[in-house]
Design a protein around this ligand. Sequence first.
Ligand code: PXG
Length: 290
Amino acid sequence: MSLKIYLNGKLVEQADAKVSVFDHGLLYGDGAFEGIRAYAGVVFRLKQHIDRLYETAHSLLIDIGMSKDAMSAAVVKTLKANGLRDGYIRLVVTRGDGDLGLDPRKCKNGPNIIIIADKIVLYPQELYTRGLDIITVPTVRNHPEAINPQLKSLNYLNNILAKIEANNAGVPEAIMLDGSGYVAECTGDNIFMVKDGQLKTPLQGRLRGITRDAVMEIAAKKLKLDVQETLLTRHEFFNAEEVFLTGTAAELIPVVKIDGRRIGTGKPGPVTLKLLKLFHELARKDGVKF
Ligand code: PXG
């Protein structure tokens, strides 16, 4: 089926949704993106995603050139044009067309704005019930003063290198450490651990995920867990009762083995399963209805 793609203010057929080979998004990974989900006619936390996109663009000195409200409306319009009530939205803002030099000032016509709405399957369903067996990889997460992990930029090579290491090892996901050796996050997901009634997640070196924020809120409010953002080592994750990952694409997925160490009972734990259920309930309510 051919999708309708939003490109610079117009909905065009997939086959016609093209940008120039001189776009600096392609030539240099110069741009920003968001991955967003819609659940039963609600775009989950759309405001937070749009705010994060504009923050990335601001740090990269990209003027998106349209209001946040107009951008939100464009997301909804793209979902509707494709008849999607549930789906995945990829919002991309590139630096735009320039020449063969990395200076962004060469991109005089402003950014290209692309919205794709489609279905997504990240991991097979059985992994949600069985849990993931993952490893720590040698590639460390970007230093905050090199490419800040808060930037959801089109340069995802740091995460892709880690993903390749996971692929080579035959596992579905990878833990990345920060430059100081603390656990940061996975290649496209945040990481959590449960122990002694506490829910803990890394303080630094990671993207501040929107699913992460939602799960921290649910855990504190609904499950009355003590929620902490702190420095965490692999040792602490090895000895956790439960571990799980969160992300827009992955949602909330249990981890049952890390670097050959069984986590807890080796099966998805009760807190993880409760949070998964509560997250799905929230996702259908908390966002922009269309
Ligand atoms: N860390 C990183 C590095 C990410 O890229 C997350 C954490 C989770 O953040 P959210 O806000 O989604 O809870 C992300 C998000 C993909 C894909 O194609 C990846 C993400 C989002 C959507 C799709 O693998 N990463």
